[in-house]
Write a protein that binds this ligand. Sequence first.
Ligand code: G1P
Ligand code: ZN
Length: 543
Amino acid sequence: MPIQMVRTNPIEGQKPGTSGLRKKTAVFMRPHYLENYVQSTFDGIGGVEGKTLVVGGDGRYFNDRAIQVILRMAAANGAAKCIVGQGGLLSTPATSNLIRQRGADGGLILSASHNPGGPEADFGLKYNGENGGPATETMTDKIFAITKKLTDYKIAAASDIDLDVIGTSKIEGMEIEIADPVTDYATLMKSLFDFDKIRALFADGFTVRFDAMHAVTGPYAHAILEGMLGAAKGTVVNGVPSPDFGGGHPDPNPIWAKDLMDKMHGPVAPDFGAASDGDGDRIMILGRGIYVTPSDGLAVLAAKAHLAPGYKGGLAGVARSMPTSRAVDRVADVLGISCFETPTGWKFFGNLLDAGKVTLCGEESAGAGSDHVREKDGLWALLLWLNILAETQQSVAEIMADLWSTYGRCYYSRHDYENVDSDKANAVMDGLRAKLPSLIGTTVYGLTVEAADEFAYDDPVDGSRSTGQGLRIVFKAGARAVLRLSGTGTEGATIRIYLEQLEKDAEKLDLLPQDALADVCKAAMHLSDLVTQTGRSKPDVIT
Ligand code: G1P
Ligand code: ZN
């Protein structure tokens, strides 16, 4: 029987989070687990009969096995074609681009982003639609509903496809094309940026250290930075994707990319440093002796994007996720363009980009992107920075000093409390939520509460409403604290506290962020009662 209908039972907890379904790898490898979710996805998007899908992942443990299953299931469900990245690799932004370039109907991305990989670590699967962007909430709700009543799935009996060899083959009537993961993406980058100017910058001796963190961006960075742009060999480090990311977390923040942080603050630091995450949509940016917060980075890109050929006409508008600092709002204000505030997660930017309301968007979690694809894009952000540096001939530190003196500095930090007992985490949120209305007008640690609410978003394009998107306390004089629970964790709950303080005094633009944020941090801790409720005295990760 070449196509089998396999009986199964619904599996609990297959609810897609901020970015697809993420679970422990061992959970994904349980009998029927992956198959149930793939069938529910196919059914949830209205079937795949006659459709073309792009399939690829970040190379983490189980990536290759999962792709073989997906291909056999796509064939059994009547898909016309699957385009797969060679070696099973495709970065998230490159997948988004391939879907768009090839006019595919959608794509499946195998990744748990910045979470660690390996048999004991994490795995994930997300679906992107025909615009190249993450499935909307309406779609993921439908998929989840199907997981709860699934009775069988379809899979073809076929031998493994060789994912390493470029070319075409077939399972049943479905064509499989193994494509180079880099080529189309590199062509897109070349169309947006002044590669000649950036090449000249490198020829002048400009130095970059790009840490691919043993994840998917290695091949892209080797080809674009060292190949097309002539950066010195060795510019890209940890550039070979490995199933367990060299034993680390492919999370580009000062904690997990400490080696890069140390180099950039050391005596012989390169001019520019960057690190990307597992699936290549996030990036951390550094200059010599300076770390750029993602929120500030977004503000810089908004202020200077017009220096790159792809954005020379200016920006239609910008968008940021709610917890992201309001630095970009200040730039948008001066540029006279609109700035949208959306819930956390890239899926909320899709409609704004599709409708042409925004050109650029970003999140505090090291993600920035534009209308060139429908995902955040780490290497894109790096190249835009290089284009800006090549045009202005300024250093990163000079660019930041300019930003702060022009718009004020939004000191910013995120404190994460990880693996908290879910009931306790909910108690923190419930307690604070109940208090919110009574806070307005009160003063805590010298900060007066101006507004306090639970964020809800009304999508201006499709009219959908998303509620429960984080608790925000806005203080007078530019301070703000936001609390929300992570939607991407695989164990317990993660409480995220986002702290922000605007500083306009020219004498105070060089403080240590945690010092500048001390009062707003104390106020957030006091109001949330987090220490008493959870027994935690300090955050696990500060970024
Ligand atoms: C996290 C980030 C969020 C990002 C998401 C997917 O989600 O905070 O900005 O879009 O990962 O990369 P969270 O765990 O906070 O729900
Ligand atoms: Zn990612």
